[in-house]
Design a protein around this ligand. Sequence first.
Ligand code: FEO
Ligand code: CA
Ligand code: CA
Ligand code: CA
Length: 655
Amino acid sequence: MSKKTEISEGTLLELYGSPEVNPSDNQTMGEIISQRFSRRGLLKGAGAAAAIAATVSPMALLMADEARADSKSSFNFKEVEAGVDDTHHVAEGYDADVLLRWGDPLFPDSPAFDPANQTPEAQAKQFGYNNDYVGYIPIDGSSEHGLLVVNHEYTAPLLMYPKTQRESADSALQKQLADIEMAAHGGTVVEIRKVSGKWQVVKEGKRNRRITANTEMIVSGPAGGNERLQTIADPSGTKVLGMINNCSGGVTPWGTYVSGEENFGNYFKGKLPVGSKEAGNYARVGLKEKPDYSWANFYDRFDVSKEPNEANRFGWIVEIDVNDPTSKPKKRTALGRFKHEGAFATLAKDGRAVVYLGDDTQGEYVYKFVSTGKYNPDNRAANLDLLDEGTLYVARFEADGTMEWRPLVFGTGPLNATNGFNSQADVVIEARRAGDLLGATKMDRPEDIEANEVNGKVYVMLTNNKSLKSDQVNPANPRPNNKFGHIIEIAEEGKDFGATRGTWEILLKCGDPSIADVGASFSTETTKNGWFGMPDNCAVDSAGRLWVSTDGNNLEDTGRTDGIWAVETEGSARATSKLFLRVPVGAEMCGPLMLPNMETMMAAVQHPGDGDWIDDTRSNTFENPSTRWPDFKEDMPPRPSVLVITKKGGGKIAV
Ligand code: FEO
Ligand code: CA
Ligand code: CA
Ligand code: CA
């Protein structure tokens, strides 16, 4: 059990061990990287080791050491000092203001936040808990007026409720607390506007909306209506209540909000009926008999002994039409069912929609979806169901630096009845097992993926993989017991995000570069503040520059909190990193997001106070948290919040 006191992704992983173990014998990324290094080693000799991970081509490899000696970051700001305390810090000359906190009103009739007297009804009209993904949908193309879309990933009762409530034996009260948590999950859509240089929430916004774990949704695409999604409450298999554990997400070119259901297995309890065909499927996606949430005590749908198919209705990408607050969100099953981190949506050169997808579990895969239909810039309505038809691909990385996107199509290759797949519905429901059969490459926990529309590259955050054994990797390369993660860069063939082939490089191996055993590959220009571990989310700004936010840095392993780092990807400064913003103790950094005019950055501070910095064994609770950020009032618990970052006096950020 972690020293952290409440459910976080870190603690969940520890509670669940290495949540699921991919049982296939597909090659691990580490094994493939090992092979690549061996091959390159022949080209350049053993001295190439340090340069290999951070270079682009054999030519760059030869040049790298000399070039890096005078490399400089193009990100123009004075770096923040890494460290840990009870508040957040941004680079000098910038403001990082709190825009929205857990409990803040979103509508004219929302009650004010009262932490000692919470209700599900109030929470459903207030900003939810544990903000993760932050997206922006401009109104009339503006970078100063738009819709903010935010995921609320999970809840933390120890920090949310007073002890008298959370330890009460009153079952009606316990049900009320579960209902508050269900209302604190999901997502928020809210209008925001910049007035006199400061961003404000527009409570009167006609499109403002809370989506919760009880919002009615439609299941569309190949698994919609399939018998494996039919339940007592919904014999149609097309109508589901809520989205849960929504981690990262995206905004489509047609202005909808897409959101990934991640650790959905943590909510379900009970044993499947004997002989159920879902046993292997549920084990693979991490369902346990004992959940981390109490919801199943009050709602039979979260008890698989009573509703054996309910868990097949979660683990999808959900698309929300923000223009109509009464629209039913749609679970887009064509994009596969797994522990979705996020959904980065862009376009192929021919106009088809492309969505990059990561499956955040040790040893799981990277995917992308390419639609059959093409985006129509002149007819928004025509794009609204583009994500129902297309091809889901899984990534295989080869030792020679090439990679391939292999299609998960029923009836092709091994995806047939012999292997238990009787339809495309079966393929998407058990996407992980389909990926095994296609020879996909096991990865070190794929988190956010983002395409760079300026240079045609794609960045894959791999947060860590502590269960990777030394006999699975070449010791010269990433890394057994990969504590700090790495970032892979894909170059799609022809710079076309719709391509089915590409090449790949490691952009960065993370961790403290001053400790040789860590094997990090930051450039030599990177300072003691500039390195990081556990890349989780990322953003590419309008200039094509990469910003990375982290989840898991702490005093014990890194002597620093999580934050946002600016990472060079081009030229001689490649793999140079600078710390721009750091979070308060116990928090992780989600988002980040740069608005198109590059004058505003948004980012989400998740689970502040979930961890300590003076006494790391202390229990952090509502009564006694390690920080009361951002309010610092004695009667107010720490509150997950969205930050808005601007340059003092205005202007573009880090230019
Ligand atoms: Fe919720 Fe994969 O981070
Ligand atoms: Ca994440
Ligand atoms: Ca992102
Ligand atoms: Ca995270």
